[in-house]
Design a protein around this ligand. Structure first.
Ligand SMILES: NC(=O)C1=CN([C@@H]2O[C@H](COP(=O)(O)OP(=O)(O)OC[C@H]3O[C@@H](n4cnc5c(N)ncnc54)[C@H](OP(=O)(O)O)[C@@H]3O)[C@@H](O)[C@H]2O)C=CC1
Ligand SMILES: CC(=O)[C@@H](O)[C@H](O)COP(=O)(O)O
Ligand SMILES: [Mn+2]
Length: 380
């Protein structure tokens, strides 16, 4: 039995994690959960799974829940998120919150000796050097949940990293994969949220449409698999059936395939190195899929991917700026304050104005993150 502390339980990854726990009650128990503003979602989890500790974003919501569930510890805010992560009965922390708010809970969970199933890629983008060093220091594994990184992790089982030629991360192209840049001028939030293959939270769906999701994933892969950016490539693959690949020096390529279903990588992170049946999985039939498409990445069409490679290669605090500017700009787009193409120009502007600081500590990263958000928000 594995006890799970789940951060971001009310989101897309959180709900799918709960589905896995529901389907395997003999394997997993939900010990602590956090949510944000979706209090009905938290109520339903409390009733069905009876976790011992719960945290939500706002204090008023926590007070209301306390009067309804008197035998549960109910907390709020960033402190509550950290308490959820380190709750003493949890063995594994599934980090499925959105954004760099996931960084400190991940660090605290590792210090407390928990294994991490990491969906929250922003944690590795903003502070990969610190997170990976902590994983080594506290001997707490970080198991990838992101589908591409799970695919690479699966392809690397039994392999030696010295034999890797390159990683090939696949990209669907997102909601606007068939549009030219000039056709992007007037796209709406609704258009951007309409991902062709995956149903995900709104921020990552916009990241997918700008190709920043792939940029964040390149940086995530750099840290998880300890490879230079020159050995990490991105390939357009519109069907999202090949979730990523590893090419070895002998020219062999190992890929992981499957229908697009995030429960597969979530469950693998929870059962590794074992596997469990996936209830109601849609199995892959390549005969029915018939044709898979591949296309070289076009960095002029998708400049955000270029910015991410530049930020990753520059290192220091530049990936923090990339990530914070992106979070702030996507927030403005979702609030309908800026057009779609302004997301990328704001990121470029934020990176141009920043003088990177080498080997930053957590405090510096948090300062740069806040400063970047303030800068972007001050423009509107
Ligand atoms: N969705 C997917 O298929 C994939 C997601 N990922 C990554 O996983 C992470 C989660 O994505 P996804 O599930 O789509 O996101 P969602 O927006 O669907 O869910 C985010 C979760 O985090 C909570 N949350 C948001 N802001 C805060 C905050 N400030 N403090 C505490 N909790 C907060 C939300 O609470 P509430 O809703 O209650 O307000 C919700 O539970 C992201 O990093 C994403 O990039 C990676 C691969 C695939
Ligand atoms: C499911 C998942 O892991 C997402 O990160 C997915 O990769 C988004 O798809 P694209 O970014 O390739 O459009
Ligand atoms: Mn992904």
């Amino acid at each position: 039995m594995k006890n799970i502390n789940l951060l971001g339980a009310t989101g897309s990854i959180g709900v799918q994690t709960i589905d896995i726990i529901r389907n395997h009650p003999e394997e997993f128990k939900l010990t602590a959960v956090s949510g944000g503003r979706n209090i009905d979602g938290i109520r339903a989890i409390l009733k069905e799974f009876k976790p011992e500790l719960v945290s939500v974003l706002n204090r008023e919501d926590a007070e209301r829940l306390k009067s309804e569930f008197q035998d549960v510890t109910i907390l709020s805010g960033n402190e509550g998120l950290i308490e959820t992560a380190v709750y003493h009965k949890g063995d594994v922390v599934v980090n499925a919150v959105m954004g760099s708010v996931g960084l400190i809970p991940t660090m605290k969970a590792m210090e407390a000796g928990k294994s991490i199933a990491l969906a929250n890629k922003e944690t590795l983008v903003t502070a990969g050097h610190i997170v990976m060093a902590a994983s080594k220091k506290y001997e707490t594994p970080i198991l990838p949940v992101d589908s591409e990184h799970s695919a690479i992790f699966q392809a690397l089982q039994g392999e030696q990293s010295k034999n890797i030629e390159r990683l090939i991360i696949t990209a669907s192209g997102g909601s606007f994969r068939d549009k030219t840049r000039s056709e992007l001028t007037n796209v709406t939030v609704e258009d951007a949220l309409n991902h062709p293959n995956w149903s995900m939270g709104s921020k990552i769906t916009i990241d997918s449409a700008t190709m920043m999701n792939k940029g964040l994933e390149v940086i995530e892969a750099h840290w998880l698999f300890d490879l230079p950016y020159e050995q990490i490539d991105v390939l357009l693959h519109q069907e999202s059936i090949i979730h990523s690949m590893v090419e070895f020096h002998d020219s062999s390529v190992i890929a992981q395939l499957g229908t697009p279903d995030m429960r597969v990588p979530i469950q693998y992170a929870l059962t590794y190195p074992d596997r469990l049946p996936l209830i109601e999985a849609k199995r892959l039939s390549l005969a029915d899929a018939a044709t898979l498409h591949f296309k070289k990445m076009d960095f002029d069409r998708f400049p955000c991917l270029q910015y991410a490679y530049e930020a990753g290669k520059t290192g220091g605090t530049m990936p923090t700026v990339l990530n914070a500017a992106n979070e702030a700009a996507v927030g403005l787009f979702l609030e309908r304050k800026i057009p779609f193409l302004t997301i990328e120009s704001l990121i470029e502007q934020a990176m141009e104005r920043h003088k990177p600081i080498e080997n930053p500590g957590l405090e510096t990263i948090q300062e740069v993150d806040q400063d970047t958000r303030k800068y972007i928000e001050s423009l509107y």
